[in-house]
Design a binder for this molecule. Sequence first.
Ligand code: URA
Length: 216
Amino acid sequence: MATTKAPEDAYTAAPFVPEHADLAALREAAAGCRGCPLHRDATQTVFGAGNTGARVMLVGEQPGDQEDRRGRPFVGPAGKLLDRALSEAGIDPGETYVTNAVKHFKFTRSGPGKRRIHKAPSLRETAACGPWLAAELRLVEPELIVVLGATAGKALLGSSFRVSEVRGTVLEEEIHGRRERLVPTVHPSSVLRSDDREAAYRGLVSDLKVAARSLA
Ligand code: URA
């Protein structure tokens, strides 16, 4: 296990990312990441998972409460909804690689039982975690990236990203030295929060169908 330490104010995962590592070695190294303060309160690092030779990589925001406890991305309610939407759009969830822009759960405690409430990561925390996402992209080499919501969009495409402007379209961008194809859509959690859940879900499936067609 690497013993690299970053200064408290370094705010980057870069010193923790091993060179020439495969995904298993990356995952192991990420477990010890101290590249930003989010590791302090989270249970564990939640690294990407799934098919390492996937044609489709899905990028979310950050692990939620259940992901933090179980150590795998998208195993909670948002993940279940995402799997259903993917299947309906013609993408086998079991064939994808799933990860997050930020690998630790950020939360505040609130209410009588001091429940852990999701808090969106800052741009600084997202940027600090970027070297892990870059390494995953380099190793998985997906044909298509499905960008789930604003945090993933900003991590990959810059801070001016607006999901409402580009959702359901196929983008081509240079990211970390590679020409990538991306289809942005909303985050599945936003579907769960929506007043009109059915319409929001239909919108997600429709965007994912764009992704499915662009692979065919
Ligand atoms: N939301 C995310 O963005 N990622 C997860 O892994 C779970 C919920």
